[in-house]
Design a protein around this ligand. Structure first.
Ligand code: ATP
Length: 517
């Protein structure tokens, strides 16, 4: 674990050193859990967004996009339930003065029991080899049974407090923390305050106070911008159910515990799609979207073993199914995307609060109803982090040297091709520029002439550039260059005229999209 934390720290500093992610307002020592994307980060982020947007809007005839404003009428948040219930249960340790999310403390405790069971299984697996029967081991091993019992008991209690009538049972939550002997990781003590609810929305004012300013919120999710536009899009786009509306945009949450770099931010970006369907078909569509979204993730080639579904124990009262797609980060399996079956809750609430009829007339059955919704909601920044974590490698080379390389999927890499003149003379720089001038219309190219070639390769490896081309003496004679591959480091001689054909297909978002069909 310590080793994994080390790797994570290295990834964070790599992000800063190579222009991916900077702390916000860095010259003023940053702002808690707010980050800026640098020259390479913005390219990677844009590519992630494009991959998502195109997979939704280009590949589905019945999904269209919108771009709603961040500021929304304040009643939106009353209707959606955010004013009354977008809370996190928080608890303070009196000795360290640190604040935690009570639900997270309990979930981490459950994960500890699961880890203990997993370790026993791994140990036994090694000992028994091929003869190992996991089901039998789970059913008979005393230590596994003991931890499973603890896990089940805690799980049951947790579900009870989270689903208590009238909202989360805060006293019950504190009692669990005390009974489980959960200590503050900083002070090591159990000196806890009561659990309190804390609303996560940022407030601001619109208009001058003299005019009677109204309180408005920075949206904590992009979804409501879609719900309030349902009628506009359905009518003007003459959309027939089932259909979806996709949106990418900023969201803001005053997170209590903002940790782990860009995993939990106070200003972040979401890519959300609300899929409107006929009531009664929601569980089929939920299953379909689970599969579609998992495929989108796995299509990046990071290995199926690094993803899992985590079905929710606590369903919001309006939801009838919910799951997370979790990715194996250096700090454990963590949520990257949520998929929720939200019934007709949001549209009905907006109908109620706005007094407008928000329904769909079904020409097939001649009836009107409020559509149900399946939502897929993914954080751009978390996706960015998962890609960084998986791509980062400190590689030992056969000659004893090491190199830091980002094995980014080529279609997402910020720079696709770097072009180097071997030396700064004999017309090589001009030739290199000529190549760039030709290819820059097709993909992102970079020119580099400083330092010896080896160093230039290392710099490109560190930003995940999949291809480097070197212009040398021979180029001037026969118009060929060496093309070097980031991952294999192999070099081959190719004609300049072939470059576009070789590279374009590998680095285009289209190449990723084609694999989805
Ligand atoms: P968590 O339980 O981690 O707080 P959540 O369940 O509240 O997340 P959702 O409301 O389902 O998250 O939001 C959908 C997605 O938005 C998440 O899967 C995540 O990728 C992203 N997201 C949510 N909160 C943040 C945040 N504070 N910083 C970065 N991304 C976030």
């Amino acid at each position: 674990m310590a080793q994994q934390e080390d790797v994570f720290k290295k990834i964070v500093s790599h992000c800063k050193e190579y222009g991916f992610v900077f702390p916000s307002s860095d010259i003023y020592d940053g702002l808690g859990a707010v980050y800026d994307y640098g020259q390479n980060g913005v390219e990677l982020k844009n590519n992630i967004k494009q991959y998502w947007w195109q997979s939704m809007v280009l590949l589905h005839e019945n999904i269209v996009g919108i771009d709603a404003a961040i500021f929304m009428h304040p009643t939106t948040w009353k209707a959606s339930g955010h004013v009354d219930a977008f809370n996190d249960p928080l608890i303070d340790n009196r000795d360290s003065k640190k604040r935690y999310r009570a639900d997270v403390l309990i979930e981490e405790q459950m994960a500890k029991y699961e880890d203990k069971i997993q370790k026993e299984i791994e140990k036994a697996q090694k000992r028994f080899g091929d003869a190992f029967d996991e089901a039998q081991f789970r059913a008979t091993n005393a230590r596994v049974l003991e931890n499973q019992e603890k896990f089940d008991a805690l799980h049951k209690r947790y579900q009870e407090v989270m689903n208590a009538e009238g909202g989360i049972d805060l006293e019950g939550m504190k009692q669990i923390i005390l009974d489980e002997g959960i200590v503050c990781p900083i002070s090591g003590t159990r000196n806890w305050t009561d659990v309190r609810q804390f609303n996560l929305m940022f407030k601001t004012e619109m208009g001058s106070t003299a005019d009677g300013a109204s309180t408005i919120y920075l949206r904590p999710e992009t979804a409501q911008g879609i719900f309030v536009n349902y009628l506009n899009v359905q009518k003007t786009g003459r959309m027939k159910l089932p259909f979806g509306i996709a949106q990418i945009g900023k969201a803001f949450r005053n997170e209590i515990v903002a940790r782990q770099f860009i995993f939990r931010m106070r200003e972040f970006e979401q890519m959300e799609m609300q899929f409107f369907i006929k009531p009664g078909t929601e569980l089929d569509w939920f299953a379909k979207w689970k599969e579609t979204r998992m495929k989108w993730h796995q299509n990046l080639g990071f290995g199926a073993e690094n993803y899992r579904f985590h079905d929710h124990d606590k369903l919001a009262h309006y939801a009838n199914a919910a799951t997370d797609i979790e990715f194996h980060m250096p700090f454990g399996f963590k949520e990257v995307e949520g998929i929720h079956s939200r019934t007709n809750f949001d549209l009905s609430q907006h109908a109620k609060y706005s007094g407008k009829k928000i329904e769909y007339f079904d020409p097939e059955t001649n009836e009107s109803y409020t559509p149900y919704v399946i939502e897929t909601s993914i954080g751009v920044d978390r996706m960015f982090l998962s890609i960084m974590c998986h791509s980062y490698e400190e590689q030992q080379l056969p000659d004893g040297q090491t190199r830091t390389v980002l094995h980014l999927p080529a279609a997402l890499a910020p720079v696709k091709l770097a072009v180097f003149p071997l030396t700064k003379k004999d017309g090589m720089p001009e030739k290199a520029q000529e190549i760039i001038n030709d290819l820059r219309f097709h993909f992102n190219c970079k020119y580099e002439e400083k330092d010896q070639i080896g160093k230039r390769y290392r710099r490109m490896d560190a930003i995940g550039c999949p291809y480097c081309v070197t212009v040398d003496q021979q180029t001037l004679e026969d118009n060929t260059v060496t093309l070097r591959d980031r991952d294999t480091m192999e070099q081959r001689r190719v004609a300049i005229s072939e470059l576009r054909g070789i590279i374009e297909d590998q680095v285009s978002i289209t190449s990723l999209l084609k694999k989805l069909l």
